[in-house]
Design a protein around this ligand. Structure first.
Ligand SMILES: [Ca+2]
Length: 500
């Protein structure tokens, strides 16, 4: 049993004890087991041993329930190619209306880690024309653990209602296939939390707690009217290998009246087709404030890394970086506030480099190694409101500080956008094995341009917007990935084939 599961079981035991302490008739309560476990043994959609039956049982049974999975290989829903079992509902699954744990990790514990890349249990909405995957409706203490939720017509997971509190989503793949590379999009957001739901927790500190929320047609995670929710250690817009599988909207979007969310630490929010994190308080009446965005890796989103509108986060102004010399960053921001220093090859914050603080005059300094070409910074005030990233400051110091000597460089393709062909240049610090691949916005590899040992120095290849079979690809966003050893670099390209 993993540490995170133990913590969750402990959490439920505590929650149950609290319930018992308040129970008016302890004589009947003590005869009940702490948690009722129901085991799913089939990927069928109805009847004994199915997820639907388990949910119906859990809902008709007051008090906490735990749904476990122990489905054999012989089940027709098993996909031996990925090691995942697919459950494909033909009508919407029942909503979760009281304490229910859906523990997809139990399949791994019973049947082995058959899909080392991610969860073993996938819920696939491809046969439905409406509805979301799981809906937590005004229920508290629910947990959805290590489950794939893909191809739903609306959201992967929806949590709503004033009583929807302390729900947990961990280790889930939402909008992406079992390998963590190709989109299986939900048609709206990956996760929506709204209607005064609060204190919910997406992701966690454990090894298997990261969610992968990619490829969805709207935002990765969207908060409506809600407060005190946490997003941490998750992949949003990129897979676990930092491979691009963008959500079509923002990575994280807060719209309407929200307060006190925490985004971070440890999220990778990259490649999304709008912003990394968008705070849109203008949709509400009182605005959207006191959101802390901390210690994440936010990069290569198409618009901004973090964006605040006029009614968000008290309109706190981004820091201004005024200099960088001999490994020391200097700048100014709101006095007596918390500063985070990032570096990036673009204008967002890929590498979280360290923390500092402003003095009473608003000045700050920070010293240390910098990994990217530019330095950016955020400021967080005493109320917990975090700013946008500062304007990027080009690092001009000696390469010794940047350790650039060991890092390959992938340049932006030229021309970009392109019609017929484009040139992709890269530079290697040493003779090494290189792969250069093009993938589409769903994460599918469409062309392989290099797979060779190449000498030190500058190289370039051209790409004509065609796949391996010579077919012209549709117009759109494509990603170029340069991989050497265990480092990978990406660029985004826009292909606009000529109309014939
Ligand atoms: Ca697994």
């Amino acid at each position: 049993m993993s540490k995170s599961i133990l913590i969750i079981v402990a959490f439920f035991l505590i929650a149950r004890t609290a319930t018992l302490a308040q129970a008016p008739s302890p004589g009947t309560a003590t005869t009940k087991p702490c948690v009722d476990a129901i085991t799913v043994t089939s990927t069928q959609d109805s009847g004994p041993g199915t997820l639907r039956e388990a949910l119906l049982n859990a809902l008709s049974n007051p008090g906490p329930d735990s749904i476990l999975f122990d489905i054999p290989d012989s089940d027709p829903g098993f996909d031996p190619g990925t090691g995942a079992w697919f459950i494909t509902p033909v009508t919407q699954l029942p909503h979760l209306i009281d304490e229910t744990v859906i523990d997809g990790g139990s399949q791994r514990r019973f049947q082995g880690d058959r899909n080392p890349a991610g969860p073993e249990i996938f819920i696939d909405g491809k046969n439905l024309s409406s509805g979301s995957g799981f809906v937590i409706a005004n229920a508290r203490n629910c947990a959805i653990l290590e489950v794939g939720i893909v191809n739903f017509h609306e959201r992967g997971i929806e949590i709503y209602g004033k009583k929807a509190v302390e729900n947990i989503i961990r280790g889930c793949f939402i909008g992406i296939d079992p390998t963590g590379t190709v989109a299986m999009p939900n048609h709206l957001d990956g996760i929506l939390i709204t209607i005064q739901s609060h204190h919910n927790w997406i992701g966690g500190p454990g090894e298997r707690d990261a969610n992968v929320i990619c490829g969805n047609y709207a935002d990765g995670i969207s908060f409506g009217v809600s407060s005190f929710n946490v997003i941490e250690n998750s992949f949003i817009g990129c897979g676990p290998q930092l491979n691009p599988v963008p959500n079509k909207g923002n990575g994280v979007r807060l719209f309407n009246d929200n307060d006190h969310h925490r985004i971070g630490p440890g999220n990778n929010i990259a490649f999304n087709q709008k912003n990394g994190v968008a705070l849109e308080g203008n949709y509400g009446s009182s605005g959207s404030h006191f959101h802390t965005i901390t210690a994440n890796s936010i990069f290569a989103n198409e618009q901004k890394g973090i964006t605040l509108d006029a009614k968000s986060n008290e309109q706190i102004k981004a820091p201004v970086i005024t200099g960088f010399s001999a490994g020391t960053v200097t700048g100014t921001a709101l006095p007596d506030s918390h500063i985070e220093i990032f570096s990036d090859d673009g204008d967002q914050g890929r590498f979280f480099e360290g923390e500092s603080a402003t003095d009473a005059t608003g000045a700050f300094t920070w010293s240390g190694p910098i990994r990217g070409r530019y330095i950016t910074a955020t400021v967080t005030n005493g109320n917990g409101s975090t700013s946008e990233f500062s304007q990027p400051f080009l690092v001009t110091a000696a390469p010794a500080i940047r350790n650039a000597a060991f890092s390959p460089r992938l340049y932006q393709n030229y021309p970009n956008p392109f019609q017929g062909r484009t040139e992709i240049a890269f530079e290697l610090p040493a003779r090494t094995h290189v792969t250069l691949r093009i993938s589409d916005a769903l994460g599918r590899v469409v062309a392989r341009l290099a797979d060779d040992v190449l000498p030190t120095g500058k190289h370039s290849v051209t790409w004509n917007g065609r796949d391996a079979a010579g077919r012209v690809l549709p117009a759109g966003t494509y990603f170029c990935r340069l991989r050497t050893g265990n480092s990978a670099r990406f660029t985004r390209m826009a292909f606009m084939p000529a109309r014939r």
